[in-house]
Design a protein around this ligand. Structure first.
Ligand SMILES: [Zn+2]
Length: 228
């Protein structure tokens, strides 16, 4: 491991309190009081997000649709899935998409001890950094359930929290039409759309995205990666 990476790893493993004298992370986010639910500024800019992967069946299908329309998205990966399928992390990153942290085993962070929260988020960042050579900059708590301690851990690990404004409920497999309607009726400049590429059969999600993407592109929507 290069020295810089070793220092970053060490930084993450140190206790939260009193770590100001430790190595310098590349990114210094503020400790947030909540996760942003929409994107700032830019007219017609919206963000597609996919949670709970990577999945060997459905992540490649989502990537193929995004590639067809030259659209970039953010993938909030579960650490244990990322560790099991590192090649899929490479495939996501190679498509120009953002690989982000969605905890290691998908627990509700607000029910955990501080040590466990650090473990869930820290281990996932470590896997992503080991595979892609760069730590994630974005994090989404499972179920969007943040509290002050978990937001503090998020910031100390060099990440910004990201929420969503449109929940497609695609995880419940409500039907392709229902997923599409949630997006096309709810979308407005700054929308962050929550969908899933893992955690079950996501064929409805894949079909819905491939149907609504060209329509929204025709309407002038621009699909962007979150940025600070
Ligand atoms: Zn999730």
């Amino acid at each position: 491991m290069p020295a810089a990476a070793a220092r970053r790893g060490a930084y993450r493993l140190r206790p939260i309190a009193g770590d100001s004298a430790l190595g310098t992370p590349a990114f210094h986010p503020q400790v947030r009081t909540h996760a942003e639910l929409t994107l700032p500024g830019r007219a017609r800019a919206v963000a597609l997000t996919f949670d709970d992967g990577p999945d060997p069946d459905f992540t490649p299908q989502v990537l193929a649709v995004l590639r067809t329309y030259r659209v970039q998205a953010t993938f909030f990966v579960i650490g244990e899935n990322a560790a099991a399928f590192p090649r899929l992390l490479h495939d996501i990153a190679a498509g120009g998409h953002v690989v982000a942290n969605h905890s290691y085993t998908h627990p509700q962070l607000t029910t955990l001890s501080l040590g466990k929260v650090k473990d869930e988020l820290g281990r996932t960042s470590d896997v992503i950094e080991r595979v892609l050579d760069a730590p994630p900059r974005w994090c989404r708590a499972p179920y969007g359930e943040w509290d002050a301690p978990s937001l503090r851990v998020c910031a100390r690990l060099g990440m910004e929290p990201l929420g969503w404004s449109i929940d497609t409920n695609d995880w419940a497999r409500p039907g392709i039409g229902s997923i599409k309607r949630a997006v096309t009726r709810g979308i407005e400049p700054g929308s962050i759309i929550l969908q899933h590429d893992g955690g079950g059969d996501r064929s409805q999600t894949v079909r819905a995205v491939s149907d609504y993407l060209p329509r929204l592109l025709d309407k002038g929507y621009e699909f962007v990666r979150p940025h600070v």
